[in-house]
Design a protein around this ligand. Structure first.
Ligand SMILES: Cc1cc2nc3c(=O)[nH]c(=O)nc-3n(C[C@H](O)[C@H](O)[C@H](O)COP(=O)(O)OP(=O)(O)OC[C@H]3O[C@@H](n4cnc5c(N)ncnc54)[C@H](O)[C@@H]3O)c2cc1C
Length: 400
């Protein structure tokens, strides 16, 4: 095992015996490696760090290179009673990858290969620790995409997407990760390896793949996945509309969804979020709805017309295309990750009490006004300067 110092919690001798059963450099207690995995992107962890709290790192980090090594670690953990927490990119926002004292972090990022592409079925087989942006780059020469584009794509992994039930910025068209997941291999706490073959649907009995989606590492460790691919859009076309109220914006998006326009991106911005996101591009005020199409979609002109009819019918006004809100957003859609880090990390570029967080909620159309009002009210509660908090954003609007 590499590193110095003693491991708190899991007994050092026991850790050393685990390290012997793994490949070289697969386990470490180096302080820097432990500190790096002491938290994920959970806002409360960032705040504790900013307050100067002592952040407890794990007892050790193990970096398996294969499903069999993951099984070795979990068998060892069960035998020794050591808590293990799986980790991909560590970009989760609910503290799921955060270890407690004495725990071992099972870091999957060495398992980062694209194993196979089935061009005929448009499906890709990967190891779970592959980062999202690297997967997309590897698929690009084949003109394929998985289509799961979370804002955190460059800091998250396929295993983390499955375990945290990820939905990307084009999920209106490509679906969320649950919709792209065809098969997976997982290791359970006993060390048992279970492979679920790639299938478009479960034809009989419950769909066990779904058990792992959103399980946050509590039910098993995902080591491999088969994901559905789609043709990679060559470019995008955008329709953007302004609205006087969030209610009319929502009514428009509901209509857009119902005309089955084939749009891959459907986004609604309330007034605060529209000002934050498009103020620098000249947005003068009001809410916004943005609809993005794969430019190669057959019948695009008719689809755009149908969307425009729904939006204007709900009171929207088309935004001058020369402002290029859509293209601008697409090109800069992930910039907020760095800003997030600078606000919440050690730089604390705004005032010390500033907090940014991202959360996903889901609801039926009929429940959205209450949900929206409730989230805003909760955010504004205790705000010393009302209105400064409470920007809301929805990256995905889908009917289930
Ligand atoms: C700025 C920012 C923007 C974000 N935008 C989005 C967005 O647009 N859409 C979205 O869905 N999410 C978003 N997220 C949240 C986060 O990126 C996702 O939840 C992502 O799926 C986490 O992947 P990860 O590899 O970083 O997982 P981690 O943070 O490492 O882990 C997340 C959870 O999954 C478990 N886990 C990790 N790997 C495995 C595995 N192989 N097997 C079993 N369990 C595992 C962990 O124990 C933990 O409970 C954003 C986060 C940030 C910080």
């Amino acid at each position: 095992m590499s590193g110095e110092g003693s491991a708190a919690g899991a007994a050092p001798a026991s850790l050393a015996s685990l390290a012997e059963r793994l490949g070289p450099d697969a386990a470490t207690i180096e302080p820097a490696a432990l500190a790096e995995r002491a938290r994920d992107w959970w806002a409360l962890s960032f705040l504790a760090e900013a307050r100067g709290d002592r952040i407890v790192g794990p007892a050790a980090v193990v970096l398996p290179a294969s499903t069999e090594e993951v099984a070795v670690v979990l068998r060892w953990a069960t035998k020794t009673g050591t808590p293990v927490v799986p980790r991909g990119g560590g970009s989760g926002v609910s503290g799921g990858a955060r270890p407690e004292q004495g725990w071992v972090v099972l870091d999957l990022t060495r398992m980062d290969r694209m194993l196979e592409v089935d061009d005929e079925s448009r499906a890709v087989h990967v190891e779970a620790g592959i980062r999202g942006d690297r997967l997309e780059s590897a698929l690009q020469p084949r003109r394929l995409t998985v289509g799961n584009y979370p804002q955190s794509i460059a800091i998250s992994t396929v295993g983390g997407w499955i375990a945290a039930s990820s939905a990307g910025q084009a999920s209106a068209g490509f679906g969320a990760i649950a919709d792209r997941l065809l098969g997976l291999t997982a290791v359970f706490g006993s060390g048992e390896v279970v492979s679920m073959k790639p299938m478009p649907r479960s034809a009989a009995g419950p769909d066990l793949r779904r058990l792992l989606v959103g399980s946050e590492g509590t039910l098993g460790v995902v080591t491999e996945a088969w994901l559905a691919c789609s043709p990679l859009p060559t470019s995008w076309e955008w329709e953007v509309f302004g609205f006087a109220s969030f209610e009319s914006c929502m009514a428009a998006l509901r209509g857009v969804r119902r005309v089955e326009s084939g749009a891959a991106v459907i986004r609604g911005y309330d007034e605060v979020d529209a000002a934050l996101s498009f103020g620098p591009a000249g947005h003068a005020g009001g809410c916004l709805a943005m609809v993005g199409f794969d430019a190669g979609l057959p019948g695009l002109a008719d689809r755009r017309r149908a969307v425009a009819e729904e939006a204007t019918g709900a009171g929207g006004e088309g935004i001058d295309p020369s402002k290029e809100y859509g293209a601008n957003w697409w090109n800069h859609r992930n910039d907020a990750v760095d800003l997030y880090r600078r606000i919440m990390g050690p730089d604390r570029i705004f005032w010390s009490g500033a907090v940014v967080d991202t959360m996903e909620v889901a609801g039926l159309w009929s429940g959205l006004p209450r949900l929206y009002a409730g989230v805003r009210a909760a955010l504004a509660e205790g705000d010393p300067e009302p209105g400064r908090a409470a920007a809301t954003r929805r990256s995905e609007v889908r009917l289930r």
